[in-house]
Design a binder for this molecule. Sequence first.
Ligand SMILES: Nc1ncnc2c1ncn2[C@@H]1O[C@H](COP(=O)(O)OP(=O)(O)O)[C@@H](O)[C@H]1O
Ligand SMILES: CC(=O)OP(=O)(O)O
Ligand SMILES: [Mg+2]
Length: 403
Amino acid sequence: MTSTATRVLVLNSGSSSVKYQLLDMADGARLAAGLVERIGEDTSRLAHTPLATGGEKRERTGRIADHDAALKAVAEELAADGLGLDSPELAAIGHRVVHGGSKFTEPTLITDEVVAEIERLIPVAPLHNPANITGIRTARALRPELPQVAVFDTAFHTTMPESAARYAIDTETADAHMVRRYGFHGTSHAYVSRKTAELLGKAPEEVNVIVLHLGNGASASAVRGGRCVDTSMGLTPLEGLVMGTRSGDLDPAVIFHLARNAGMSVDEIDSLLNKKSGLIGLCGDNDMREIRRRVDEGDERARLAFDVYVHRLKKYIGAYYAVLGTVDAVAFTAGVGENAAPVREAAVAGLEALGLAVDADLNAVRSGDARLISPASARVAVAVVPTDEELEIATQTYALVSA
Ligand SMILES: Nc1ncnc2c1ncn2[C@@H]1O[C@H](COP(=O)(O)OP(=O)(O)O)[C@@H](O)[C@H]1O
Ligand SMILES: CC(=O)OP(=O)(O)O
Ligand SMILES: [Mg+2]
């Protein structure tokens, strides 16, 4: 690698979308960012923002058949700005990989063996890993000699003790089928817990933090001295908090009941719990903005959806408080956590005995900066800490290839 190669392209390939950012790690500048959505449909859309040139956002609409075509379109958009994948300034490509199982505890340079291992994990991540693998294959085909790095959602959680990671089921069955808690959104939990320590003026080793990542997918984690000790997502990103379209926790017997008595197949139940549950299942909307608008108009179903969402969140705050023993901060992050003041207020309401409170004026502030929203007198800090998974992936990727 030459000393001029300081740029990292970050690819986050989802089941029907690809999000990307090009960053220059010499100064942290964001040179380009974009999104391809509805891949495989007739209404695919690519939106590309050439941040380096300050140019207008460009859009392409119309069918983009698959992830391979999507990445090629992204490469063309970057090339049009003089930032193509053939640029000598590109140091590496960093890929978000959702499931790294127990094997991948750190960012990993991608080889054929690594791709095979990520493929082996498809049974425990059927919605996510196939898209990640396609992203990796296409990017490697476009720039075969360029270092490419996999950054795993699960990696930050591999420090969990066995008591938190084990499900209480037959050990042989669990081990034979890789059944255990892995946890996801790890780059966000790592980044946000570190930034929260910074906000408190402390080193990560000195603080215990509960991180609440509330996006479309949502997860909580308990972080002791910079290391994850528990997290709410499990074998897959279905467990834990109520999400936009996912149920989160429920009695596993709900599945047997629906299979035996509602005549539903396993695939139908999978789709019900992952795509038609959570907020959308409860009230028909998964966007918290729309739900709050309906609540303010007196809509009962939206109110109940909001209350179920907040109740679950509060239970996890209490649970992780108990797991940690002492808590220095509770940090809200991702789309809902960063923007929905009513969610933050309701989640912490009534927890004064735990030293938790939100100051109404501070909570109402809208800002892109990390900030405290608890009163100065509070024993436990409550914070809003914007996440930046792309920056974290780029940082970890660059650290590996420039070492
Ligand atoms: N101003 C806002 N008020 C309330 N919720 C918001 C606001 N802006 C975004 N959100 C919520 O954030 C969610 C998306 O979060 P995000 O972290 O971008 O998700 P993901 O990366 O998982 O797709 C949206 O579904 C929406 O409910
Ligand atoms: C793992 C996961 O839930 O990811 P996302 O929030 O991007 O759906
Ligand atoms: Mg996100």
